[in-house]
Design a protein around this ligand. Structure first.
Ligand code: TPP
Length: 597
């Protein structure tokens, strides 16, 4: 190309890094880059969202489900502000994302110019690992390369600000001279393994245990085989924090499922009763769900020395790659021949899944939300990718849904923001166009942004090898998760003004876009509706009328919280009779003798 501009060079260097998609929205702060995109024949592909926050979520979803860096782009001022929530989602869940944003011309900076926001200050916290402004062309390669490398190395969002006039300058490479910073692309990572002495100390702790619990987080995803071997040798049970739900198959009899507020009873009891804890690739924050401090001896394995040793008084903290460290540990572990602990765990897990089925089958008005998830479990394709929005869906995703095969799944684990469900699904699809994607979203999340982002699905779905992207909406006309939190935590009845949602025909909206809309208002329609959606030749919106009175009761719900909920109801909650009926029916399932024989 004759005399490439800085913007031309930016796109070229993104291509060199292997970036294939940029999730973005235009504006005059990045007009120079858009012009270059036209010259580059849309390579990397510009993926247009309806709102910059969605572009950021799409980049996070893409990164979570490909393991590559996600890239998003927005104009100066308002566009850059809109990216923020998605970038915080990346920061809190440790996801590599690079944000590229425009800025007013250098000549206008500091002049309170239109759309001039102090972006370096604005991004100082969210992109604390690396945020830089490119003010001359020679800076570009180094700044871009460092933003990408830092995002990958620190698993964090980073940001580059490029003023509009700089985008249009002729590109000029850094020279072999004083105060120039040349740079190179590509990176090979080491495989970190702790030293022999540390491994032996860890093995001594684990070999001394008789009741071993393993906590396997998202950092252990590449260590499946090794985890299974270690769990087998030690006769251990394995619990999974929310972001690690896809680390091990729920079909393994000793996997106790999710842990924490949204977790299962077997996971809770595993931690309550163990005498040894092995944590791999997890920074699960809720100490109260781990063993008591003087109850268990503990070992942690984590790739990042900055995050190790927290949350529990670990005796040995091993910094290393999960798979390689477990591989090095395995020859030092003794097989525990007393399998009674393991057998007790397997019994509890078996019973738990029976209880989950029974809870899903309890009649509700009109559809029990648990059954929506339960019916999918039986049909979930082994290569599916599942996301859930923040809301009651996250509870049922965590507890009801059985992952197996290579099923991948994630949600906004730490920011727990509303709104990422549909855009995560889109980002996942762009990274994995051949895999079926399933999104669970509340009606509140759909009204917040999911409905608009269906338009993005309409815009792109014909490019995907497998057109299946199913958005299942929990249509309960309520911001239900918060309604329940208020009842349980505050002892306050439902405040209708803040909680009730206007009714919308989600299936009809999707159909108006040329997507398939399926409405379900009877429990027996659920199974056939999933079958239909999973066989569809286009994206589907599954609009399910779910009962807001089915409580997302945590496995360890305390008596105090139960009392608070009861008090809230007595204070005149518009749903009180329905809640008492549904709540009692659900909770009863845990105490009935399902399959104990
Ligand atoms: C951006 C943002 N705003 C508000 C919240 C608080 N919040 C968490 S869940 C929730 C309700 C979600 O309602 P909906 O999407 O309808 O799902 P439901 O719980 O009813 O299934 C709210 C308001 C949040 N987590 N994120």
């Amino acid at each position: 190309m004759a005399d490439p501009t800085v913007a031309d060079y930016l796109l070229e260097r993104l291509r060199t890094w292997g970036v294939e998609k940029v999730f973005a929205f235009p504006g005059d702060g990045i007009n120079g880059i858009l012009a270059a995109w036209g010259r580059a024949e849309n390579d990397p592909q510009f993926v247009q969202s309806r709102h910059e926050e969605m572009s950021a979520f799409e980049a996070v979803g893409y990164a979570k489900f490909t393991g590559k860096v996600g890239v998003c782009m927005a104009t100066s001022g308002p566009g850059a502000v809109h990216l923020l929530n998605g970038l915080y989602d990346a920061k809190l869940d440790h996801v590599p994302v690079v944000a590229i944003v425009g800025q007013t011309n250098r000549s206008a900076m500091g002049g309170s110019y239109q759309q001039e926001v102090d972006l370096l200050s604005l991004y100082k916290d969210v992109a604390s690992e690396y945020v830089q402004m490119v003010t001359v062309p020679e800076q570009l390669p180094n700044v871009l390369d460092r933003a990408i490398r830092t995002a990958l190395a620190e698993r964090a969002p980073t940001a580059i600000v490029i003023p509009s006039d700089v985008q249009e300058l002729p590109y000029s490479a850094p020279t072999h001279a004083f105060k120039m910073v040349p740079s190179s692309t590509g990176i090979d990572w080491p495989t970190t393994v702790p030293g022999d002495d540390a491994l032996r100390r860890a093995a001594d702790v684990l070999n001394a245990g008789t009741k071993v619990a393993i906590l396997a987080g998202s950092g252990a995803r590449a260590a499946r085989t090794e985890l299974e071997q270690v769990a087998d040798l030690l006769g251990a049970g394995v619990a999974k924090p929310l972001l690690g739900k896809d680390v091990l198959s729920d079909e393994l009899p000793y996997v106790t499922g999710s842990i924490g507020l949204l977790g299962t009873r077997p996971s809770y009891e595993l931690m309550q009763e163990c005498d040894t804890l092995l944590t791999v690739g997890s920074s699960f924050p809720y100490t109260q769900f781990l063993p008591a401090f003087d109850q268990a001896r503990a070992v942690q394995i984590d790739i990042d020395g900055k995050y190790i040793g927290m949350r529990y008084p670990y005796e040995v903290n091993l910094v290393g790659d999960a798979a390689a460290t477990l591989r090095a540990l395995i020859p030092l572990l003794r097989r525990n021949d007393d399998r009674s602990w393991r057998e007790a765990i397997e019994d509890k897990v078996r019973r738990w899944w029976e209880v989950m089925e029974a809870e899903a089958m309890v009649a509700a008005d009109p559809v029990n939300p648990l059954r929506l998830f339960h019916e999918l479990s039986e049909r979930l394709p082994e290569d599916a990718i599942v996301t859930a929005d923040s809301g009651s869906a996250a509870n049922w995703y965590a507890r009801q849904l059985k992952f197996r095969g290579d099923v991948r799944g994630s949600l906004s684990g730490n920011l727990a923001t509303m709104g990422p469900g549909v855009p995560y699904g889109i980002g996942a699809k762009f990274g994995n166009p051949g895999r079926p994607i399933i999104v669970f979203a509340g009606d509140g999340a759909m009204q917040m942004n999911g409905l608009a982002e269906l338009i993005t699905i309409k815009h792109y779905w014909q490019q995907w090898d497998d057109p299946r992207l199913i958005v299942a909406v929990l249509h309960n006309d309520d911001l239900n998760q918060v309604t329940w939190e208020m009842r349980a935590m505050e002892g306050a009845p439902k405040f209708t003004e803040s909680q009730r949602l206007p009714d919308v025909d989600y299936a009809a909206f999707a159909a108006s876009l040329g997507l398939q809309g399926i409405s379900v208002s009877k429990p027996d329609e659920l199974g056939p509706a999933w079958d239909q959606a999973l066989a569809a030749d286009r994206p589907v919106l599954l609009d399910v009328r779910t009962d807001p009175n089915v409580p997302p009761i945590p496995p360890h719900a305390t008596l105090e919280q139960a009392k608070d909920s009861a008090a809230a109801l007595l204070k005149g909650d518009e749903n009180r009779w329905g809640i008492i009926r549904e709540g009692v029916k659900e909770k009863m399932q845990e105490f009935l003798p399902h399959g104990q024989g």
